[in-house]
Design a protein around this ligand. Structure first.
Ligand code: AR6
Length: 183
């Protein structure tokens, strides 16, 4: 276990918080914060496509014509150390009155369900929707952690570790607090 990791047991596995660039992690699957068109973009989406190479976009175009908000699709990992990329579409934050919380939960739930279908043991995810899409990270963190714990506790799951790969020390601090309050 790396020194900088915060961890908590969940189900037969554990939840881990790390400050890390998700494209460097050697896990079975990484989650991408994508958009409905699956056409690539900025933020972590841009970083994953740059690091993973063109095979990921080619597979997306071949297999899918898009993905609704609150859902997820998956491809191979291209040149990434991860074997699979799960492209999850979180909501854009408006005012919190447009189903944002449930859509964010659903994006994570679908992504973790795909990870289990793919027989993954380890999955890393960024904090979906809290960058360009503007979802307040203080509200997103408990939702994200709750869904990750639920996935680790699901009967018969292959998942053993969900790593939150967070990009700033502030996000780590917010997720740490949410992890401590998880109940
Ligand atoms: N590793 C881990 N986290 C990262 C990385 C990285 N390499 N790069 C950025 N982050 P965002 P969203 C963090 O904006 O809010 C794209 O254009 C970032 O600091 O990537 O869901 C898509 O195509 C933030 O904490 O995703 C969509 O159009 C978190 O990842 C739209 O942005 C998510 O920020 C999706 O917006």
């Amino acid at each position: 276990m790396p020194d900088d990791a915060d961890q908590r047991e969940a189900g037969a596995g554990r939840l881990t918080l790390r400050r890390a660039d998700i494209t460097t992690l050697r896990v079975d699957a990484v989650v991408n914060a994508a958009n409905q068109s699956l056409a690539g973009g900025g933020g972590v989406d841009g970083a994953i496509h740059r690091a993973g190479g063109p095979a990921i976009m080619e597979e997306l175009k071949r297999r899918y014509s898009g993905c609704p908000t609150g859902s997820a699709v998956f491809t191979g990992g291209g040149r990434l150390p991860a074997r699979h990329v799960i492209h999850a579409v979180g909501p854009r934050w408006r005012d919190g009155e447009h189903g944002e919380a449930e859509l964010l939960a659903s994006a994570y739930r679908t992504a973790f369900a795909h990870a289990a279908e793919l027989a993954c043991a380890t999955v890393a995810t960024p904090s979906i929707s809290t960058g360009i899409y503007g979802f307040p990270v203080e509200l997103a963190a408990p939702i994200a952690l709750g869904e990750a714990r639920g996935a680790l506790e699901a009967e018969g799951t292959t998942l053993r570790e969900v790593v939150f790969a967070l990009f700033s020390e502030r996000d780590v601090a917010v997720f740490r607090e949410a992890l401590a309050s998880l109940g």
